[in-house]
Each structure stands twice: as C-alpha cells, then as structure tokens.
Design a protein around this ligand. Structure first.
Ligand SMILES: [Zn+2]
Length: 288
C-alpha cells in the first residue's frame, strides 16, 4: 500500500519531532510582528493531520478543541502522547500505532476521537458507566482482573463519590496485568491537599429546586446537608465535580492502590501541539 501524503508528512514530522525531543533545537519560527496574536503550526498526534496558524492560547487550553480536523484538545493529544510513550517507548502519532491485537486496553468513557482508532489497532475497548459495554470502576469482577496492558481514565475520578474513591483507585490497579499502565487525568492543583466538596457524602441525590440543581445528603450519623452552586462538567451521566485533587494526594492515592511508579507528563511536544502552559492537571502514567 502506498502511504498517504498525510502519513508520509506525519513520518517526516515525527522524525523531526524526535530529533527535537532529543536535543536538536526545535525549528525556529518567524517571530510574531507587533500586534499579531501568537499562533503555531502543529501535527495532531490523534488524527495525524497538519494544523496551521492555530492561536497559541487555543493550543495551550486544556479543553479547547484546537485541531481543526478531529477537534482534539490539548488534553486528548497529551493522553495519546503518554500512551504512546508508555506502550511503545516513543511518541508516535495514533495513525502510526502498530496494529497489535495482543495489546489489551480499556477506556473509561473515552473520547471517540481516539477510542475509535485505538480499537482498530489494539485489543482496546471503550467502556461506560451507564451504557454497554459497561464498567463500574468501583465494582469490578474478579475474572476481569489482571487482563489489561493499559487503562485510560481521562477526567472521570473527580466525579466518583468520596466513599468509593479508594476502591476505584485499587480497582484500576487490579484490572492491569503486571506490566500494565494507567493513563490518568483529572483536574488537579499543584500545591496543598485534595479538597472534597462533599466530605460527608453517604446517601445523596441531586434535586432541582427553583430551577437550580442542589445536592441533598444524609450523612452517616443522620445529619441532613444541602449544597448549592454545584459544578457540573460536560457530557452524559454523573458529571458533578466531587473534589479538586492535589498532586501530592493523587500520587499518594496511586501509591496506596499498589502502583509502583508514576510519571507526570508535563512534556512539551511542540510538534504535536502539546504545549502545557502549567505543570498541573497534566496526564499521569502509573505503572503496575
Ligand atoms: Zn486532530
């Protein structure tokens, strides 16, 4: 098969990119002229297509859908980058991941933009909390343990009720085989401790009162609590933000769950439009 133009371009950019990563200075760009808003060119490592003159502040925004082709955000590109480095030891674009159905993996409500190509190349299956194929990370079956080479969970664990959180971290580790890796993102802050928005959560529901959603909780010792000003993230299902993690507590959560090592992916990969403006809320890879 003749490689498509975009893949050949991707291969060239990848070579250049690897050189850049390993010490060769990145290609210099024309400096912006006075009054010009900074923009960048990048090769999207999710869809393998080139983007030109995308506003820098869009590329640096964790959630902005800055690839004009597949609408990947910085978070999505960074997840694919971390997965590639952890599985293959190098930063491949997803269309160049080797087809290898011995590599097992699960996603937790992963974005379709990378879930679909991952399923084509690897023995990967996306899962959902409310739909088939279903996975409740707080309640997994023994027969599902130690089968996965990788697990992806991007911005899910901040929605798990506090009384199930330790179990969820432990179960993520239990799903993985002995050389497995957990590719993990949540919003988190660099300093301090994790802040639980509902620390006494026990029996709760979300109600609508006067057109506003409120959380009603009955604590373990029978106290009634009501919380307003809830923060919901986009998407289906249970998207209420339950906490803001801190880095040190996250790393402790992962260690307590049985992970041997962690790597925080603050990597700057200019070629792929992975330009974190901060060193927090980035992907973490945890090794089983
Ligand atoms: Zn793309």
């Amino acid at each position: 098969m003749v490689p498509s133009k975009s893949l050949k371009t991707a291969a060239r950019r990848l070579r250049d990119g690897c050189m850049g990563l390993f010490g060769k200075p990145a290609p210099t760009r024309r400096p912006p002229e006075a009054g010009e808003v900074p923009s960048v060119d990048f090769l999207c490592n999710v869809c393998g297509k080139e983007n030109h003159r995308v506003l820098l502040h869009h590329v640096q925004n964790r959630e902005f859908q800055s690839c004009v082709h597949c609408r990947s955000s910085l978070r999505m590109r960074a997840v694919v980058h971390a997965l590639s480095v952890e599985l293959f030891g190098r930063p491949l674009v997803l269309p160049e991941f080797p087809a290898d159905k011995t590599i097992t993996g699960l996603g937790m409500s992963d974005w379709e933009g990378y879930a679909t190509p991952l399923a084509e190349r690897l023995a990967y299956q996306n899962t959902f909390y409310h739909a088939h194929p279903r996975l409740d990370i707080t309640d997994i079956r023994d027969e599902d343990c130690a089968r996965q080479r990788f697990l992806i969970s991007s911005d899910v664990f901040e929605h798990i009720p506090v009384f199930l959180l330790d179990q969820a971290f432990r179960n993520s580790r239990r799903l993985l085989n002995s050389d497995g890796v957990f590719i993990f993102t949540v919003p988190y802050v660099k300093e301090g401790e994790t802040v639980e928005h509902f620390p006494n959560l026990h029996q709760f529901d979300i109600r609508e009162i006067d057109g506003k959603r409120v959380l009603h909780n009955v604590t373990r010792d029978g106290q009634h609590e009501t919380f307003e000003n809830l923060v919901f993230h986009g998407g289906d299902g249970m998207t209420l933000e339950m906490r803001m993690f801190s880095e040190s507590d996250l790393l402790r959560n992962l260690k307590d769950a049985g992970y041997r090592s962690t790597r925080i992916y603050t990597d700057r990969v200019e070629e792929y439009g992975i330009l974190w403006p901060m060193d927090w809320a980035v992907p973490i890879a945890a090794r089983a």
